[in-house]
Structure formats: C-alpha cells, structure tokens
Design a protein around this ligand. Structure first.
Ligand code: ADP
Ligand code: MG
Length: 544
C-alpha cells in the first residue's frame, strides 16, 4: 500500500491551476462592478453602512474599497492599489481599480484557452512601457509661467478633480480656496499644514479659508467670559501642563488626623498651582494653550491678568500652532521664558455658525492655513472633506510635477490607439494580447459614457475615428453627449495621475495573473469544517 503523504495541516484549503486563476479574475471583476458606477462627473455615490451602523456616503474609490472589507485574497490587491494611488497622488482611485479589472477581463479568454500567464504578463509589461513613453511624450509641460497663469492652471486641475464629486456645483468656489490653501504653504508643501475643520450648518459657500491656524474653542470653565477675545502681536505659551486642582489619585494616600494638617495639604496644593500660574504670567505670554485641562481657578487667574487661555487643545492643533508660530510645547512651568513662546500677528476668537473658533493669523514660522467647512449633514461634510483632500493632493502634485494631460478618456483613447497600431506591427500571441490591453484602456471613456447615460458605442466610435485622424486630446464631453477636445475644454489632469494609475493597474493585473495556487490555512482557533478529527479533540479536553 502507498503511504499517504501529508504535507499541510488538516483543514487547509488548496486550489490551483487554471480554474484558480480564472476564479481570482472573477473575484476582481465583482469588485470592479462595485465601484464602476462611481467614475466620472456623472458617477453615482455609494452609501456604505459598517458593522457599527456608521453610514458613509462616498464617491472616492479608495474610501469605498477600504470600507468594503474585502476578504478575498486576490481581490485584496485591488484594494491595495486603490489605497496606494490615494496615498501617492490622491486622485484617480476609481480609475486604477477599473483599469486593473478591465485588463484582467480582457486577458481572461487567453487564460482560459491556455496561454501561459507569463506570456500574458510580458505583453502587459510591454504595453505599459509603451504607454509610459507616450504619456511622457504627450504631456504638456508647464514651464516658466507667470503667477496668474500658474494659478489658472492649478484651478483647472482642482476643478477637474472635484467635478466628479458631490460638491461639483461649487467647484469654482472651492478650486479657488484649494489653490489658495496650497499656495500658502512653503515649498515642501506639507499636507498636514492645511487643517480642515467642519462646522455643520450654513451653506457650502460660507466655507472659508483662514490663513493661519484655527481650531474650535475648547471646553471652558467659568471665568472665560472675562477673558480677552482678541490681540495683536501676541505671545503664545504652548503647554502640556495641567493647570487644575487635581482630584486625589487613587494610588496616593495621605493620613491626617486634624483639620490643620488637612488645611496645610490644601494650601500647598494651591500654592503649587499659583506658582505655575505666576511663572507663566512672568514669561509675558498673552495666550496660553494647553493640551491638558485648565481649571476654573487658572481661567480666572488668567482673565484677571488679561491673558487668554484654552485647555484641552487637541494635539494636532497644538502641534500645528507650534509649527506655525514657533515656540515649544513645555511640560513643566519652571523653564517658561520669552524664548519658548510662539508669536503671531493677530489672534481672535470668532463666531462661525454655532461654534466659536480661535484664530491665529500672521504666523511667522511656517506657512499654514485652515479651511473651515460649512454645510448640511455630517456625512455630506465628510465627503466634502474627502473631495477637497483629492483636490488639494492634485494641486500639490501639479505644482511639483508640472505637466498635464487631458482627461475625460482622451489620454486613454490615445494610448489605446497607440497600442493597437503597435500590435499590428508584431506577430504571434503578443499581437492579440496587446490589442486586448488596448481594448481594456477604453473602459475609462466607456464607463464615463455609461455613467452619464450616453450611448457608449456611438461615442467610442466617434472617438476612435477622431484619434485616428490625429485629434489626440479628444475625449468624452459630459455636458453635450458628444466628443470634444478636452484640452481646450480645460478638463486637465496632472500626468502623474495617469502614470501612476496605469503602472499600479498593470502591476496588480500581473500580480493576480502570476498566482496559480492559493493555500489557505485553517483559521487559528477555529475547527475546520472538513476532517472532524480536530473538532473532536477539543471536546475531549473538557472535564466530564
Ligand atoms: P477617480 O477616483 O478615478 O478620480 P472620478 O470619479 O474622480 O474617479 O472620475 C475621474 C474621471 O472623470 C477621469 O477620467 C476624468 O478625466 C473624468 N472627468 C473629470 N471631469 C470631467 C469632465 N468635466 N468631463 C469629462 N470627463 C471628466
Ligand atoms: Mg477623481
């Protein structure tokens, strides 16, 4: 008798070969179907309710993919590329997923017919290389422009990024704000120096950009009414010190046997607090911000001395204030002096909707700004924030990497034409494969049409014809149900989005294709369904 060779733990699920590959491709397909309809200016939004019942409305590919909680191992690669696109360029997250899915869909028949995945991968790599060369070739460089021209260009890119979002009605308003915000940064363009604060209520147009730091007024104790509400040229003390009479900690114990002794303890406590407050006052600060609470005694003390104070300031706001205004966050009151204080030209407390905001303007050190968003429902504001994030990322990217291409499927159609022309010059399987990828690229204009309710076949035919005649920037015209020169229409996108999206999509497709076996271990702590042996074993341990 042949002895049975046991390689893997019981309950391990293995599947391999062609069927496995096809099933992985199918899994990716179903994910693509989930985000397909969100692409483009006429795309729809998704409402996703998570296990805690929190509802999110979003049009952003990366957000949707993150929330979908996908467990299929192959399909997870699509989630990863959407996330990486989000981190790398910030926009084009739906496109990247669609492209990867479509490449896989187009090569699936070849897999089924038994073409070796390596051959397919090679063809995809070749196609990608051709596309990269073409994009770099076509991209319009924006060099040596005047400030106004650069602004106009950035606003157009921001507007294109926002035109597919919930806030597309207000995109002109917001693209100005976004460009202002990004241009106010220093040349490294650090993203965390743009704060976004949301205040529900009011209309979107009431949103405003504050150059400087702004944060919501923190919880305040009695006495704050007397505190001053504005200063010019103020000095800011940034603290991580508790300015409150503390409740006894449970690990401290003091035994006293008469009232006098008790009074001494209380007096010392007050003295400690007053010493700290005096040190802060001596330093010459007019504004005191602390991460930890500032109690009512301290609030009153400061108010009497014409000092503004706010406790429990969120850490990120405190850090941003520190970066913008200079100074250092102090953890003891002993070494506070003028050299650790931050400076700003103007401080005020201002009412925004139902909230009070502390604003610091004219900060000497870093360039920073804060967007205060107004609008209806919470979810709406959250989606607005995500859309603005996309636009901000795009503007930053465009400043750093200043070349643009036309969107609306124009660049994809041109690449598709390039690949098709190339495929005609070569022989063998590769010819068909490259042509398949050329077809895959058409998914972007096709989906833009489908989502807008246009006749996709008709428009794609027109586009193919135009591109064959040399109209390289022709793409879908979303307003007229036709095609148009999207470069002239100012549907511009930084070329880096497309470069990144194509590279990531091709990589993901190759990765899915190169996997021909999945080996899944039984989940830890879970009895396998098949092979009851282990399940029995657990029961045996119990005392009978
Ligand atoms: P993504 O997450 O990939 O950025 P979007 O939903 O933002 O997805 O859609 C982006 C697509 O919409 C891009 O292909 C872009 O070229 C296209 N697009 C954006 N604005 C317009 C417009 N005004 N006309 C035509 N196409 C547009
Ligand atoms: Mg977008």
């Amino acid at each position: 008798m042949q002895p049975q060779i046991v390689l893997l733990k019981e309950g391990t699920d293995t599947s391999q070969g062609k069927p496995q590959l096809v099933s992985n491709i199918n899994a990716c397909q179903s994910i693509v179907d989930a985000v397909r309809t969100t692409l483009g200016p006429r795309g729809m939004d998704k409402l996703i309710v998570d296990s805690q019942g929190k509802a999110t409305i979003s049009n952003d590919g990366a957000t949707i993919m993150k929330l979908l909680d996908i467990i299929h191992p192959a399909a997870k690669t699509l989630v990863d590329i959407a996330k990486s696109q989000d981190a790398e360029v910030g926009d084009g997250t739906t496109s990247v997923v669609l492209l990867a899915g479509e490449f896989l869909k187009q090569v699936k028949p070849f897999v089924e017919e038994g073409v070796h995945p390596r051959v397919i991968i090679k063809a995809i790599r070749k196609a990608l290389q051709l596309c990269m060369e073409k994009i770099n070739d076509m991209a319009v460089q924006i060099v040596e422009q005047s400030k106004e021209e650069q602004r106009a260009l950035l606003e157009k890119c921001a507007a294109t990024a926002m035109s597919s979002k919930l806030i597309h009605q207000q995109k002109d308003f917001f693209s100005k704000i976004v460009v202002d915000a990004v241009l106010s940064l220093d040349e490294l363009l650090p993203l965390n120096m743009i704060g976004i604060k949301k205040v529900t209520g009011g209309s979107l147009e009431e949103s405003q950009l504050v150059s400087g730091v702004a944060f919501k007024k923190t919880f305040s104790y009695a006495g704050f009414e007397m505190a001053p509400k504005g200063y010019d040229n103020c000095k800011i003390a940034l603290l991580n010190i508790e300015l409150e009479l503390k409740a006894e900690r449970d690990n401290a114990e003091i035994r006293v046997d008469n009232v006098k002794e008790y009074q001494k303890v209380v007096d010392v406590e007050w003295q400690i607090l007053y010493n700290k407050l005096a040190k802060i006052h001596e330093s010459g600060a007019n504004v005191v911000l602390s991460k930890l609470p500032i109690g009512d005694v301290a609030t009153q003390y400061f108010a009497d001395r014409d000092i503004f104070c706010a406790g429990r300031v969120p850490e990120e706001d405190l850090k941003r204030t520190m970066k913008a205004c200079g100074g250092a966050v102090m953890t003891t009151a002993n070494d506070i002096n003028a050299s650790v204080l931050g400076l700003c030209e103007h401080f005020e407390e201002r009412q925004v909707g139902g909230e009070r905001f502390n604003l610091f303007q004219g900060c000497p050190n870093a360039k920073t700004s804060t967007l205060i968003l107004r609008g209806g429902a919470e979810q709406f504001l959250e989606e607005t924030e995500r859309s603005l994030h996309d636009a901000i990322m795009i503007v930053r990217r465009t400043i750093k990497h200043d070349s643009v291409v036309a969107g609306g499927g124009a660049i994809e159609m041109e690449l598709s034409k390039l690949l098709r022309d190339y495929s005609r010059t070569i022989a063998g399987k590769e010819q068909l494969l490259i042509a398949a990828i050329a077809k895959g690229l058409e998914i972007i204009p096709r989906q833009l049409c489908d989502n807008a309710g246009f006749d996709a076949t008709n428009i794609l035919n027109k586009l193919r014809q135009k591109h064959a005649q040399g109209g390289q920037w022709y793409g879908v015209d979303i307003t007229k149900e036709d095609i148009s020169d999207n470069y002239e229409q100012c549907v511009w996108e930084p070329s880096i989005i497309k470069i990144n999206a194509l590279t990531a999509a091709a990589e993901a497709a190759c990765m899915v294709l190169s996997v021909d076996e999945t080996i899944k271990s039984p989940k830890a702590g879970e009895a396998p369904m098949a092979g009851g042996g282990m399940g029995m074993g657990r029961g045996m341990g119990r005392p009978m």
